[in-house]
Ligand binder design. Structure first.
Ligand code: NDP
Ligand code: BG6
Length: 509
């Protein structure tokens, strides 16, 4: 196991939703798993006023996300709470940051945390640059007595220009090697397993190219709507919220070349090349290859479901997309002319994230009574969530006379490995940053390259009123226009049934 230095985690946005729901529970898991170093502290920072004890009550003793854990014994909670502190600060006022540097100096002495600091930016993105400036003003960006690292939450920019500006601004105060741009999809164990599936098995990689793969499909569907985040979501939409980051990261892992070494720079270099090879969309392509939709009121299993425009914080005439489906190409040697189809949406029939590799159809039909003509392709499904696993669909002989065939499933589920603890994505990523490993964080150039691909779509949607936003009833798979993206007889998106193994348009959910 890698060594973890003594250190302090400083969370900006400490009174917010992300801190309470994800960050503190993840650090708590690291504590219970014995992953924290001997000398460690968490300091919450935001404008609200709390004493240390009041803050511990909020994020530890009364935090339902933490209390729900099996490990939440009184003794564990008490010991963990002793590591948690709070510092009120008007984050916007860069002249006030000496309050924080004084507090950290004092804690570094008392707790022997060796002047090593992670600054986690979980505030509104408009504050990222201000916080970096404030930290520099009091020398907290320096790495003389210990190290200093900055974790930056998504969204990383609002479009290409703002992402470039944010990169430039942060680089005025911190070195690239100090900046950790988080994408929690990369912390998911099954996302990392895609890398292993491809490069640790000799059976897949020889087939992993245009000669054998007909098309690649990636779906990230959510059953929930925008929940309490309507205000944020309405100025973001699915393209910024899910596609520019999470889905393109999955595309990069599916499409990248084998890295020279399994280290941060080699892997990130290969991912960048994928983003640089994405074929740019023309405005005409955008009209035909990118479908956007928005969920509408409906009844699901007899219950009324609120449409997007009626959600709190959403404008009543909003055109923000809650669904996107796209077709695109990667112009390189491996993937020339192989279509990639990706889609994501809220209020869909089920929660599932999966990568579906459709192999080329058989070139010759030997068996005349072939029952699976509609399903002539072998399919490999890398299921990322839930019920993580790998599914292979292939043809078998139906027992009895003749050579009748049928497609069957070979289905592996991660939870069959019962004794393996699968860490939460944030937990894994925070630990990596604690150990100085940036492999699973996005690099600045890659983030910009991903925005470069997405930016023309945003512009076309903004400037061309004629590009429709299709309504779809909550609880369905999105606008049917998305089906037209997929060309080819009998070819369509995979519509997984509730067991996530079988599929078909009309299966039970
Ligand atoms: P919240 O609105 O719940 O919290 C925002 C935090 O920022 C509060 O602690 C607030 O505390 C603090 N803050 C400091 N200065 C300001 C200011 N000038 N104006 C407003 N707030 C300020 O947001 P979330 O926790 O949901 O999100 C935080 C970041 O994490 C955002 O960038 C978001 O995009 C990202 N994120 C959130 C996810 C989630 O599930 N919540 C998922 C992925 C990313 P105070 O008012 O006390 O200063
Ligand atoms: C977040 C998005 O980044 O990812 C949310 O802001 C989305 O809108 C979430 O719901 C999905 O993450 P997961 O891990 O539940 O698939």
């Amino acid at each position: 196991m890698k060594k973890t230095d003594n250190q302090v985690l400083v969370i900006f946005g400490a009174s917010g939703d992300l801190t309470e729901r994800k960050l503190i529970p993840s650090v708590y898991n690291l504590f219970c798993g014995g992953f924290l170093p001997e000398h460690y502290a968490v300091v919450g920072v935001s404008r609200s006023q709390f004493s240390d004890q009041e803050y511990r009550d909020k994020v530890v003793f009364n935090n339902e996300h933490l209390l729900a854990k099996e490990t939440a014994s009184e003794e564990n909670l008490k010991k963990f709470a002793d590591l948690v502190f709070y510092q009120s600060l008007d984050t916007k006022d860069v002249e006030k940051y000496s309050v924080l540097s004084d507090r950290l100096s004092q804690l570094d002495e008392e707790k022997e945390t060796n002047h090593n600091h992670i600054f986690y930016l979980a505030t509104p993105p408009s504050l990222y640059e201000v916080i970096a400036t404030g930290l520099e003003k009091v020398g907290l960006n320096k790495q003389e007595d210990g190290w200093s690292r900055l974790i930056v939450e998504k969204p990383f920019g609002y479009n290409l220009d703002s992402a470039k500006k944010l990169n430039q601004d942060l680089l005025c105060h911190f070195e690239e090697s100090q900046i950790y741009r988080i994408d929690h999809y990369l912390g998911k164990e099954t996302v990392q397993n895609m890398f292993v599936t491809r490069f640790a098995n000799s059976i897949f990689e020889p087939l992993w190219n245009r000669n054998y793969i007909h098309r690649v499909e990636i779906t990230a569907s959510e059953k929930v709507g925008v929940e309490k985040r309507g205000g944020y979501y309405d100025s973001s939409g699915a393209l910024r919220d899910m596609v520019q980051n999470h889905l393109l990261q999955l595309v990069a892992l599916v499409a990248m070349e084998p890295p020279v070494k399994p280290d941060a720079e080699s892997i990130r270099n290969e991912k960048l090349k994928v983003f640089q090879s994405l074929r740019p969309y023309s405005e005409d392509d955008i009209k035909t290859h990118v479908i956007r939709g928005q969920y509408m009121n409906s009844k699901v299993s007899g219950n009324r479901v609120t449409g997007y425009r009626d959600e709190p914080g959403v404008k009543e005439d909003s055109k923000t997309e809650t669904y996107v489906a796209m077709k695109f190409f990667i112009d390189n040697w491996r993937w020339a002319d192989v279509p990639f189809y990706i889609r994501t949406g809220k209020r869909m029939p089920t929660r599932v994230t999966e990568v579906v590799i459709h192999f080329r159809p058989r070139h010759h039909h030997l068996f005349a009574n072939d029952k699976s003509l509609a399903n002539q392709q072998n399919v490999l499904v890398l299921r990322i969530q839930p019920n993580e696993g790998i599914l292979l669909k292939f043809d078998m002989k139906i027992p009895g006379a003749g050579f009748n065939t049928e497609q069957v499933n070979m289905d592996f589920h991660y939870d069959d490995l019962t004794d393996v603890y699968v860490p939460d994505a944030y937990e894994r990523l925070i630990l990596d940053c604690m150990q100085g490993d940036a492999t699973l964080y996005a690099r600045g150039d890659s983030t910009e390259a991903a925005w470069e691909f997405i930016d023309p779509i945003l512009k076309a949607w903004e400037n061309n009123e004629e590009i429709p936003v299709y309504g779809y009833p909550a609880g369905t798979w999105g606008p049917e226009h998305a089906d037209d993206l997929i060309e080819g007889k009998n070819m369509m998106w995979r519509y997984p049934c509730s067991n996530l193994t079988d599929d078909g348009n009309y299966c039970e959910l």
